[in-house]
Write a protein that binds this ligand. Structure first.
Ligand SMILES: [Zn+2]
Length: 1071
């Protein structure tokens, strides 16, 4: 870094040689770089002022300030030249006033049908982002806002890219939560009289009302969609398409009815899908170790076991004792080593609490002979200590030997077999022997199928034991039923130990109550039947971020058959009839297609109000009385999972696969997967070609938002403000959208008051940038453009930088990496524009002369920036872009000859190769000039601090370097062809002199320093007071001031400029 050396003595004592001092400091110059230009984003704190939104506080603003000083001392002189100064002017306000302005802009879009008009006019390919339907239940939250705004950013960008964009918003309208809301809103008496049709009517009303509320919010976010024609999963045509998908799957043999354990929620009386479960922390089960008495050995194990058989038991462990009545077998792992262990009491240890817990000792006390227990050999030490007994191993053998041994069912005394299970049997916990109840667990069920075990499930919909459970009939399996089973085992000397066990246990995500595994008659989609096709389809899709592919792969590979039936009213019926006597389901292509036709006209209510005769096709009608309508509805994931068929497959102009699905990461288990499964099962292909996933929205500290923590951020409040406007100001939709663009959504994202304040600052910077551009184009006419080749070098360099930014931003949009765009544009606006180009340009723009080349060339650059920047920000901050566009002081004519009324009439143009073509050596040179300017500013800052100068225009800068090439380039820049390229304009000082020899001035220049450039060249910088007098008009100092008798207070530049301007009559009189 430069260290500019202030004089140790006052400026009246020039005897100390500052350059000598500066050498003393040179060590610290060695690692010179323009660090301050590359501060991390977010560290900039810039003051905003009316027309100098970015200028350094103490920069020279001579002409403007002089023009504004109308009431003080030099009034007459200032007034005299005021009209010759081109002050910025615009109707585009610095304040967004988003509460008023954004709705106005949205109305403008709506009134002019801008989205549809632009999409239709576009000549490129179609772009279809298929909307994942939010659930029509309750208000929107930050997750919804993140999701829909991301979609809107993409759609708007694609519009600018000339795509025919179609975006049909959707809502998921069926299902239990809405059904429950309706039920909860009624009293007992009303509920009693409730018919399915009334319930469905109320549920539909609730869903539609919620859709309206949510739609209003989405619109307020500035999201563009076909709001007049959304898709709702309750629309008859949607339901019919869903029935069609179901029918196609049934025809292909992928739908079956089976008795199979499913996740069952006793609290909501229905089967649940994987996606409807949650696993809260802190669940504790009652786990037990129990023994089942062996009664016979198999032929293989006979020799090994016969001597123990009279008192031999199998030890099992379970966390669900209530499943013991449904026990059908004990499973072992054929590859594990098992042991017969003799159980001995240990000497009573009074200090041990184990003695009280374990029941095995009481069993031992009552036994004349020591009992023998079969357990996994590896677990012997652990179980000894847990049970508080001594286990003496008598024999060991492989689990395979136990197959077909028999034991007595602990409750009904029937003989049950020992069977071979799979790898799920291990020695991580338990005993290595698994109590198997095929009606209550999936692995047990699979094992049961293999051995033809009965699938007992003596539990009803409410989770109470049925008559089949004998003495436990009526007890609740999650409560007193569980306790009663444990007590029974204890009373019968079959319980070894009971202990609490903390583990992950599935809960109903809506009622927050534990679920059970329970075998019921359900309809299934056989994932097994098309799993490989689904895995192949996953491989064809572009997953963003890429790790999402592993996630959905693993989930699809491991998922069991999909239970698609629900025992609820508010949904699409499973279109099936059952034979009254045989209970055989009737489901054929004919029945499905008949029902589909009815539903497409009348909606699925018809299933409830129409008779069997009407619902059955002609050929079954005479036998209608022999059939009964099914009462199950479909899993809502089947509803939304059919949207590709119901929307993309049916609506005009849409097609499959969708270009993009974009949802939260939880949808790998949910919608992404259900859509994939239904699509692959019926068409063999994935419904999408690209899938983007985003994370969850957390608070600023990374905590989950919750009402109890009080950290919920409401998108509505971000936009319109809260009750306390000081703590919760109204930021408007664009600040919310800017936040969406700023986060790396591929992981979880944070939001809170601090982050929003930062976003608001950044928003103002962008607004200030646009305002600077508009206000200096107030007299612009596109016909005044200067050809690129004629532009000063500084302008060509500005175009080069601009087009590079456009290039990178376009690439980031294409890759959906918006947070990079946010960073690049923020840096560009602050570092390249406000701190540099805009800062320098003020002199040219304000005092260069209205029609002068220097002003016109600068305006050419500004106009190019305006068009590019507004395009780059429009997808993210459409209101800001439109607001700026509506304040454009000239008409912009499109290629087709029409005038662009909306900013979205613009198109993203091809990259300008000419602008990008600046030779690398020139670009490097400009980088070094920027670096030099930065170092010059530091020396100026010191001179200012020491009160040598006020404004930088009071200064003259001296440069010296012993590097001949650099010296000569600097010399050239002092005498540049275009004044805009000259160094003193770039430094905003009045003069710059490049010294051939340092001795020339080093004694008289009080403020100096040197630095080593990135090109490793040492450059010396000195600052002194500028030569000559201050020009009244432009505040630059010049030796020419005083030379023009008509205008004795002007410099030669200003003298020339005003020569071209007719003085105003009023001011002429003042003269
Ligand atoms: Zn001047």
């Amino acid at each position: 870094m430069v260290v500019a050396v202030p004089p140790f003595f006052s400026s009246l004592s020039p005897r100390v040689r500052p350059s000598a001092l500066s050498r003393r400091n040179q060590l610290s110059f060695n690692k010179t770089s323009s660090l301050s230009l590359f501060l991390p984003f977010g560290l900039y704190h810039t003051e905003f002022r009316e027309f100098f939104p970015f200028g350094l506080k103490q920069r020279a603003h001579g002409p403007v300030i002089s023009a504004k000083k109308s009431s003080k001392g030099s009034k007459q002189d200032s007034e005299m030249y005021k009209h010759t100064i081109d002050l910025p002017k615009t109707t585009f306000g610095m304040r967004a006033n988003s509460i008023v302005r954004e709705p106005e802009i949205q109305k403008f879009w709506e009134d002019n049908d801008v989205f549809k008009r632009v999409a239709e006019k576009n000549t490129g390919e179609t772009f279809i982002l298929h909307d994942g339907p939010p659930y029509a239940n309750g208000k929107l939250h930050m997750g919804h806002a993140l999701n829909k705004i991301l979609k809107d950013i993409i759609n708007r960008y694609k519009l600018l890219q000339n795509y025919k964009v179609q975006f049909i918003p959707g809502w998921d309208c069926h299902g239990l939560p809405i059904e429950l809301k309706v039920l909860q809103s009624m009293d007992q008496a009303a509920r009693k009289d409730l018919t399915p049709l009334t319930l469905r009517e109320l549920a539909a009303k609730f869903a539609k009302e919620t859709v309206d509320v949510q739609m209003k919010s989405f619109k307020r976010y500035g999201v563009w969609a076909d709001w007049s024609d959304p898709y709702l999963t309750l629309f008859p045509e949607y339901e019919a398409a869903q029935i069609e998908v179901f029918g196609q799957m049934a025809t292909k043999g992928y739908i079956y009815r089976g008795r199979k354990p499913v996740h069952w929620s006793p609290s909501s009386h229905t089967a649940l899908a994987e996606a409807e479960l949650e696993y809260p922390d802190g669940h504790v089960s009652k786990s037990i170790y129990a023994i089942f008495k062996m009664v016979s050995t198999s032929s293989i194990s006979h020799d090994v076991l016969k001597e123990f058989l009279s008192n031999l038991c199998l030890a099992i462990w379970t966390t669900t004792p209530w499943t013991i009545p449904a026990n059908a077998a004990v499973a072992v792992n054929p590859g594990l080593v098992y042991a017969v262990a003799e159980v001995h009491s240990v000497i009573e240890d009074t200090s041990s609490s184990l003695g009280k817990r374990t029941k095995l000792r009481s069993i031992l006390k009552n036994e004349e002979k020591k009992p023998f227990i079969i357990i996994a050999s590896d677990l012997v030490p652990a179980l000894e200590s847990k049970w508080g007994v001594k286990l003496v191993i008598k024999k060991t053998f492989l689990g395979a030997a136990l197959e077909n041994c028999r034991y007595l069912h602990p409750l009904d005394g029937k003989e049950c077999p020992v069977v071979m299970g799979g790898d799920y049997i291990n020695t991580e916990s338990g005993t290595g022997l698994v109590h198997t109840a095929p009606g209550h667990g999936l692995e047990d069920y699979m094992t049961g199928l293999k051995y033809g075990l009965s699938i007992l499930s003596p539990v009803d919909d409410s989770g109470n034991f049925t008559e089949e459970a004998g003495q436990f009939n009526g007890l609740n399996v999650l409560g007193d039923g569980n306790v009663a089973v444990v007590k029974y085992l204890d009373d019968n000397m079959l319980l070894i130990l009971e202990e609490p066990y903390k583990h992950k246990y599935p809960y109903d995500w809506r009622t927050k109550k534990p679920t059970i595994f329970r075998a019921t008659e359900q309809w299934f989609a056989s994932v097994v039947g098309f799993r490989q096709a689904a895995m192949d389809a996953i491989n064809m899709v572009n997953w963003i971020p890429p790790q999402a592919e592993n996630r959905i792969n693993a989930m699809t590979a491991s998922r069991s058959d999909w239970c698609i039936s629900r025992q609820r009213i508010w949904g699409v019926p499973i279109p099936v009839f059952y034979h009254v006597d045989t209970k055989e389901p009737l489901i054929t292509e004919e029945t499905i297609s008949h029902i589909k036709a009815i539903i497409s006209k009348k909606g699925s209510d018809a299933w409830w109000y129409m008779s069997n005769e009407e619902l059955l096709p002609e050929k079954f009608r005479s036998n209608a009385s022999k059939y009964q309508k099914g009462t199950d509805t479909m899993d809502v994931w089947f509803d939304s999972g059919s949207s590709w068929a119901a929307v993309l497959g049916k609506r005009e102009g849409l097609s499959l696969p969708a270009d993009l699905y974009l949802e939260g990461t939880d949808q790998h288990r949910g919608w992404f997967q259900s859509s994939l499964l239904t699509s692959v099962a019926t068409t063999g292909k994935p419904p999408y070609s690209c899938v983007v996933t985003h994370g969850f929205v957390l608070d600023e500290k990374g905590l989950k938002m919750s009402k109890s923590l009080g950290n919920v951020v409401d998108p509505e409040i971000i936009i319109s403000g809260g009750l306390n406007i000081k703590d919760e100001p109204s930021y408007g939709a664009d600040v919310l959208r800017l936040w969406v663009s700023s986060v790396d959504y591929t992981g979880d994202v944070l939001i809170g008051p601090q982050i929003l304040r930062q976003m608001s600052d950044v928003y103002r910077k962008f607004r200030g940038t646009l305002r600077y551009l508009l206000s200096n184009l107030h007299d612009w006419n596109p016909g005044n453009s200067i050809a690129y080749d004629d532009l000063p070098k500084i302008d060509q360099h500005a175009m080069f930088q601009l087009e590079n930014v456009v290039k990178i931003v376009e690439d980031c949009y294409d890759k959906y990496q918006f947070y990079k765009i946010f960073q690049i544009l923020q840096r560009f606006a602050i570092v390249d524009l406000s701190n540099f180009y805009f800062d320098i340009a003020k002199d040219r723009l304000y005092v260069g002369g209205s029609g002068s080349f220097t002003r016109r060339s600068c305006q050419t650059v500004l106009a190019a920036h305006f068009f590019s920047i507004i395009r780059m920000i429009a997808p993210i901050m459409p209101h800001l872009a439109e607001d700026a566009w509506q304040n454009l002081p000239f008409e912009h004519v499109l290629d087709n000859g029409s005038v662009a009324r909306s900013v979205f009439d613009l198109r993203w143009s091809d990259l300008n190769e000419r602008w990008l073509s600046m030779p690398a050596s020139d670009a490097d040179f400009w980088t070094s000039i920027l670096e030099l300017r930065n170092e010059v500013n530091k020396v100026l800052e010191v001179a200012r601090g020491e009160k040598l100068i006020g404004s930088s225009l009071e200064a003259k800068v001296y440069l010296h370097t012993s590097d001949a090439a650099t010296n000569s380039r600097l010399q050239e820049m002092c005498g540049a062809m275009h004044e805009a390229d000259s160094l003193h304009r770039i430094f905003i000082t009045s003069q710059v002199e490049v010294l051939r020899c340092l001795d020339e001035v080093s004694q008289t220049v009080q403020y100096n320093g040197s630095y080593i450039s990135q090109a490793n060249i040492e450059i010396w910088i000195g600052v002194s007071l500028a030569d000559g007098l201050k020009c009244e008009r432009c505040w630059n100092y010049s030796s020419n001031v005083g030379m023009f008798s008509e205008h004795p207070t002007l410099c030669s530049r200003c003298f020339t400029v005003i020569g071209d301007i007719q003085p105003l009559k009023a001011s002429a009189q003042v003269c």
